[in-house]
Design a protein around this ligand. Structure first.
Ligand SMILES: C[S@@+](CC[C@H](N)C(=O)[O-])C[C@H]1O[C@@H](n2cnc3c(N)ncnc32)[C@H](O)[C@@H]1O
Length: 259
C-alpha cells in the first residue's frame, strides 16, 4: 500500500516537523530508542546519529517501507522490524520513543498512548507528531468522494487518519503522570509541480483509499478529485500554497533513570 518513492517526493516538507519535534527532546545518552512508523528509515538514522551510543529500532507495518529501511540497518546499532504498532513491544523498556507522522493511522489514542507510555523506562520520553489537518479542504474533498455511492461500498471499512485535540493529549498524558509539552504548528508549504496537492496526497492520505478501490476505480476517483483540488488550491507562479497544521507532543515519564 505504501510507496516509498511517492512519499519521498516532498521530503523537505515532511522532514522538517521531525527535526522540530526532536529539538524538544532533552535526553543526553539514552540506551534504547525506537522510531514507530519509521517509513524509509532515513529519519531513524538521524536518531542513531544524535545518540551514537544507543540501540535504535525502527518499526513499520509496510513491507515496502521496511524493505527500503533495512538497507540502512547497521549491525548492533540500527535495526528495523516489520510489525503493527498496535501490538509491538520492545525487548526492553525504552528511553526514547519517537513517532513522526504515523500514529494518526491508529485508532483509540487514549488506549494507544497508555500502552506506549507503559513501554517507557523511568525517565523515558515519548515524542510524537501527527497531522492535524483532517478538516482541511483536501480532506473534506476526499471525504465527499468517499461518500459517493460509486465508491462508498468499497471504502466503508477503510480507516481515515485522525488526531485528537491538543488538550486531549496534554490531559491524558498528564493524567498518567507525565510532564507534557504540546503544541501545534501551521506550515504554509509552497509545493512545486503540477497538481501538487494531489501528488502530496498520493504519498499518504490516498494510499489506503486507492488500495481498496483497485486500479480502475482508483483512477476514476482521482479524475474526480483532481479538478476539486485545483479549485481549492490554485497554483501560482511560485508553486501551490498548501496550509498544513501538525500537532506535536513531548512527554516525560517521571523517574531518575533518564540518562
Ligand atoms: C507518513 S509515513 C511516516 C514515515 C516516517 N516516520 C517519516 O516521518 O518519514 C507513515 C508510516 O506509518 C506506517 N504505519 C501506518 N500504520 C501503521 C501501523 N499500524 N503499524 C506500523 N506502522 C504503521 C506506514 O507504513 C508509514 O510508513
Amino acid at each position: 500500500m505504501w510507496n516509498p518513492a511517492q512519499y519521498e517526493r516532498f521530503r523537505d516538507e515532511r522532514k522538517r516537523p521531525f527535526f522540530e519535534l526532536l529539538a524538544r527532546v532533552d535526553v543526553a545518552a539514552p540506551s534504547r530508542v525506537a522510531d514507530l512508523g519509521c517509513g524509509t528509515g532515513d529519519l531513524t538514522l538521524v536518531l542513531a546519529e544524535r545518540w551514537p551510543q544507543a540501540r535504535v529500532v525502527g518499526v513499520d507495518s509496510s513491507e515496502a517501507m521496511v524493505a527500503e529501511a533495512t538497507r540502512r540497518a547497521a549491525p548492533d546499532r540500527v535495526s528495523f522490524e516489520l510489525a503493527d504498532l498496535a501490538g509491538w513491544k520492545p525487548e526492553a523498556p525504552l528511553d526514547v520513543l519517537v513517532s513522526n507522522a504515523a500514529l494518526h493511522w491508529l485508532p483509540d489514542h487514549a488506549a494507544l498512548l497508555s500502552r506506549l507510555v507503559s513501554l517507557l523506562a523511568p525517565g523515558g520520553v515519548l515524542a510524537f507528531q501527527v497531522p492535524a489537518n483532517f478538516e482541511a479542504p483536501s480532506h473534506r474533498r476526499i471525504d465527499e468522494l468517499r461518500a459517493h455511492p460509486r465508491f462508498a461500498p468499497a471504502l466503508a471499512s477503510v480507516r481515515r487518519g485522525h488526531a485528537e485535540p491538543l488538550d486531549f493529549y496534554e490531559a491524558h498524558l498528564a493524567g498518567l503522570g507525565l510532564a507534557v509539552d504540546a503544541w501545534d504548528t501551521t506550515y504554509l508549504h509552497v509545493l512545486p509541480g503540477e497538481d501538487a496537492v494531489l501528488q502530496w496526497l498520493l504519498g499518504t492520505t490516498l494510499r489506503p483509499v486507492l488500495a481498496a478501490l483497485g486500479p480502475e476505480e482508483g483512477k476514476a476517483f482521482l479524475e474526480l478529485l483532481r479538478p476539486l483540488l485545483r479549485a481549492d488550491y490554485p497554483a501560482s507562479a511560485r508553486g501551490t500554497p498548501f496550509r498544513f497544521t501538525r500537532r506535536f507532543v513531548v512527554a516525560v515519564r517521571p523517574g531518575d533513570a533518564r540518562p
